[in-house]
Design a protein around this ligand. Structure first.
Ligand SMILES: [Zn+2]
Length: 100
């Protein structure tokens, strides 16, 4: 089940600033928790973040095989067109998006 956490806390965990259109995430293996940093666009809609399509996809399940090599690093999130679950989109994280 997803929980709502303060935005700047999530930014510091995920390691990037909130992006205009992309949802970023980080699977923290030590906690067994997936953190989602919602896009500016998503936040502006005013919906409850737990009802965002990405949160719903996360609640569905995540495929451990797809995430095995994507833990503890920042990833662009995507929703699997077939299964509807949360998957890592293999895209470069731009330097200017990074907090470090
Ligand atoms: Zn969202």
């Amino acid at each position: 089940m997803t929980r709502v956490i303060r935005a700047n806390f999530v930014e510091s965990i995920v390691g990037v600033m909130r992006h205009e259109t992309k949802h970023f995430g980080r699977a923290v293996s030590a906690e067994g928790v997936m953190y989602i940093l919602h896009s500016c666009e998503c936040v502006r809609t005013g919906i409850d973040p737990r009802e965002c399509a990405y949160s719903v996809a996360l609640d569905l399940s995540i495929d451990p095989r797809l995430w095995a090599h994507q833990q503890d690093c920042v990833v662009v999130l995507a929703i699997c067109p077939d299964e509807g679950d949360l998957i890592p989109q293999l895209a470069e994280i731009r330097e200017e998006d990074s907090l470090s």
